[in-house]
Design a protein around this ligand. Structure first.
Ligand code: HDE
Length: 732
């Protein structure tokens, strides 16, 4: 039969672009569309546009070779492939991106003149990248680590990047320590072990000698470091920034992101299992949620502090190891971010996006936080290596939605074709265009802060209290959260080989909370150092007097506890997008599968039927029930809750199926909601836990499917029943 010849395509670029109608449409998606290609229905050609006739065989002398140097098609293809990789980010290499929109709830002009924060009708396009910090690009999403939460707003006044983390404080106070911190946490340089983990000697060596990290260590060892999802974590700008209004009046500000699904974590044992079963767990979760229309939402929060209150607090607003407790300055929720579109191409968008906290707009400015100031240099600098030259702002994902006119020219990969003779200012030949913009017309003017100071390599004494807020954080945790911090520290320090480092860490922990330090010491089989041997601030300059650098007195502005710091107090009102497993087998009671499935799906959950094999199970009434995964491909750690359906034969099969029993044991161990139809109770009886629990609200057994569904939904909303952990009923 004659092969159908492809019709010659003579379309111009403009014609090709029209095929792409990005959804939802806004200034940024329209701009990106001009650079986006979709090969559906198109013919293949080379980079010079030459139609390719044979992409299967290289050009050879005869059919057994050798290959000919003349083969420019082979050379072009291989050469491009050879140069496909760029350096990964030096930190935050592992990440996932999403597009979205931001809308402000009310006009914030009393505090800022930033246009995107003044107009409630404006929908600002946004690109977000979430990340881990220490691991390589291909490392697991479930590392115990800080998460990056970087948001770019494409505003009419240029890009504003809020490059934050999921924890409100940082390890160090001064940017000059950043390379040390990162060298310490990254895999050790001799053997490049361990990947994406802080549980090793060099990290804890540095931390134990850096008491200013005490507060951040509490966060990094807490459940905040093990998010259930990028959609369920908070974000923080960390530094104090400035907002400036039209009159030039400035206020200090702390930025927050509050997820509408609440703040939730997984268990450490679970995290380690997920890392094997699905290292892309967070990336997949974000992608799937957006694909299914369960758009992640976060409210923008601001804590506004009048300039005159700069010295009102027992901590320094310029110290990034401190937060401003919400009890002292409430967080006002001022707008909403909705992530509603997955990237078209990971490399072009998520990898090439170049965030920088120096990308500000009029109405937002910096403070003298020495960590912030150092970052202002680092972000552009690193792109020069990572993206290969000074034209990275022309990459589609980095372009502002406004056209760029200035006198910067040339350089590798320049895209813009700048017309005219003049690329300097002032000029007469070009009428001085492009023109500078007066402040009143929106030109950016740095905040006119008055500075009168000597040049010194010093930190103010107001930076020396390292333990007060660490203790405040620890005090604010629920009992299970405190246990997790103890376990995390015992795990991490247990992996440290050098006993002197473990001991020095105990000395630091003792200055945060004696009970915490004692419990960690117990786990490590060590004693707490004597009170007069506790390490103070060891980060003293060569000519410094150590006495001058000791931690200051404990100061809390009268606060002992802050409810906002505990995840136990988060919103628990929804099971939207939670993943629920239904375990069943041939002989299932069809109603007990479908009724519960429908009830969960009606609440927005994602339900999968899991059975001994894939395909279908045949129910008691001969109905076929579609199976999503088998016990071989599924694992309890990839679900939020599990339900065992009824049906005599199905139940007998599951009771004898070790994988089903393991599924339940593991779900119980990780404190998840478990439900079983009354007929399936014998499957629960085969587990380790069923005979040993009393009044566990997270284990529901009922023959009334309506009641069972309602109770199960309420249990799933709780996220976890952490109090189950302590008796340790389930073996490893
Ligand atoms: Fe970063 N950081 N950082 N950082 N950071 C980078 O920039 C740096 C810090 C944060 O998804 C790098 O483009 C210094 C705090 C995020 O693309 C680099 C210091 C916070 C991301 C860099 C800090 C962050 C980065 C590496 C101490 C929370 C990922 C690649 C002064 C407020 C952004 C890049 C993305 C990335 C430097 C500290 C957040 C090297 C020198 C504090 C979310 O420029």
């Amino acid at each position: 039969m004659e092969k159908k010849k492809p019709s010659p395509k003579m379309g111009t670029e403009a014609a090709i672009d029209k095929k792409l109608a990005p959804q939802p449409e806004n200034d940024k998606t329209t701009q990106l569309a001009a650079h986006t290609r979709d090969a559906a229905g198109e013919n293949m050609n080379t980079n010079t546009g030459l139609p390719i006739n044979d992409d299967q065989n290289s050009l050879k002398a005869g059919d057994r070779g050798p290959s000919l140097l003349e083969d420019f098609i082979l050379r072009e293809k291989i050469t491009h492939f050879d140069h496909e990789r760029i350096p990964e980010r030096v930190v935050h290499a592992r990440g996932s991106g999403a597009h979205g929109v931001f809308k402000v709830y009310e006009d914030l002009s009393p505090v800022t003149k930033a246009k995107f924060l003044n107009d409630t009708a404006r929908e600002t396009p946004v690109f977000v990248r979430f990340s881990t910090v220490a691991g390589s690009r291909g490392s697991t999403d479930l590392a115990r680590d800080v998460r990056g939460f970087a948001v770019r707003f494409y505003t009419p006044e240029g890009n504003f990047d809020l490059v934050g983390n999921n924890m409100p404080v940082f390890f160090i106070q001064d940017a000059i320590k950043f390379p040390d911190l990162i060298h310490a946490v990254k895999p050790e340089p001799d053997n490049e072990i361990p990947q994406a983990a802080s549980a090793h000697d060099t990290f804890w060596d540095f931390i134990s000698l850096t008491p200013e990290s005490a507060h951040m260590i509490m966060w990094a060892m807490s459940d905040r470091a093990l998010p259930r999802s990028y959609r369920m974590m908070e974000g923080f700008g960390v530094h104090t920034f400035r907002l400036i209004n039209e009159e030039g009046k400035a206020s200090f500000v702390k930025f927050h992101w509050k997820p509408l699904l609440g703040v939730h974590a997984v268990a450490w044992d679970e995290a380690q299992n997920i890392s094997g079963k699905d290292p892309d767990f967070h990336r997949r979760d974000l992608w799937d949620a957006i694909e299914s229309g369960a758009y992640p939402e976060y409210e923008l929060g601001i804590q506004v502090i009048p300039e005159e209150d700069e010295f009102k607090y027992d901590f320094d607003l310029l110290d990034s190891t401190k937060l401003v407790p919400e009890e002292l300055v409430p967080v006002q929720r001022v707008g909403k971010l909705t992530l509603n579109r997955n990237p078209d191409n990971f490399f072009a968008e998520t990898e090439q996006v170049a965030f920088h906290l120096g990308h500000v707009v009029p109405g937002i400015d910096f403070t003298n936080d020495p960590l912030l100031q150092g970052r202002l240099f680092s972000y552009t600098d690193t792109q020069l290596t990572r993206l290969g030259g000074p034209n990275f702002q022309e990459i589609p994902i980095n372009r502002p939605i406004v056209p760029v006119y200035n006198n910067q020219r040339d350089g590798f990969m320049r895209q813009t074709i700048n017309r005219g003779k003049t690329s300097y200012n002032p000029n007469m030949l070009g009428n001085n265009d492009p023109q500078q913009v007066p402040e009143a017309a929106g030109g950016f003017v740095s905040y006119r802060e008055r500075i009168e100071a000597r040049k010194l390599r010093l930190r103010n004494k107001s930076f020396f209290d390292h333990f007060t807020q660490a203790a405040l954080f620890f005090n604010s945790q629920s009992d299970p959260e405190k246990n997790h911090i103890v376990d995390a520290l015992t795990f991490e320090l247990g992996k440290v080989k050098t006993v002197a480092i473990r001991e020095r860490m105990l000395g630091l922990l003792a200055q945060i909370d004696k009970g915490l330090a004692t419990q960690v010491a117990y786990g490590l089989g060590l004693h707490l150092p004597a009170a007069d041997k506790l390490p103070g601030n060891l980060n003293v300059p060569a000519d410094g007097d150590p006495a001058e650098y000791q931690s200051g007195p404990i100061k809390t502005n009268g606060l002992i506890k802050s409810d906002a710091l505990s995840m136990a107090n988060t919103i628990k009102d929804s099971i939207k997008s939670r993943k629920i497993a239904i375990l069943t087998a041939d002989g299932a009671d069809a109603g007990s599968v479908t009724n519960v499935k429908t009830a969960l799906e009606n609440e927005g959950a994602v339900v999968e039927v899991i059975a001994p094999r894939q395909g279908f199970v045949i129910a008691e009434n001969d109905e076929q029930i579609e199976v999503d995964q088998s016990f071989l491909t599924a694992a309890s750690v990839l679900f939020d809750a599990v339900y065992v359906a009824g049906g005599t034969n199905a139940v007998a099969t599951l009771e004898a199926e070790a994988n089903a029993v393991h599924f339940l044991n593991e779900a119980f161990k990780h404190c998840k909601a478990i439900a079983a139809h009354a007929d399936a109770e014998q499957v629960l009886d085969a587990t380790y836990f069923s005979k040993k629990i009393e009044n566990d609200e997270g284990v529901i057994v009922s023959g009334d499917l309506k009641q069972l569904s309602a109770d199960f939904i309420n249990a799933i909303k709780q996220h976890r029943f952490w109090e189950r952990e302590k008796p340790r009923l389930i073996p490893a």
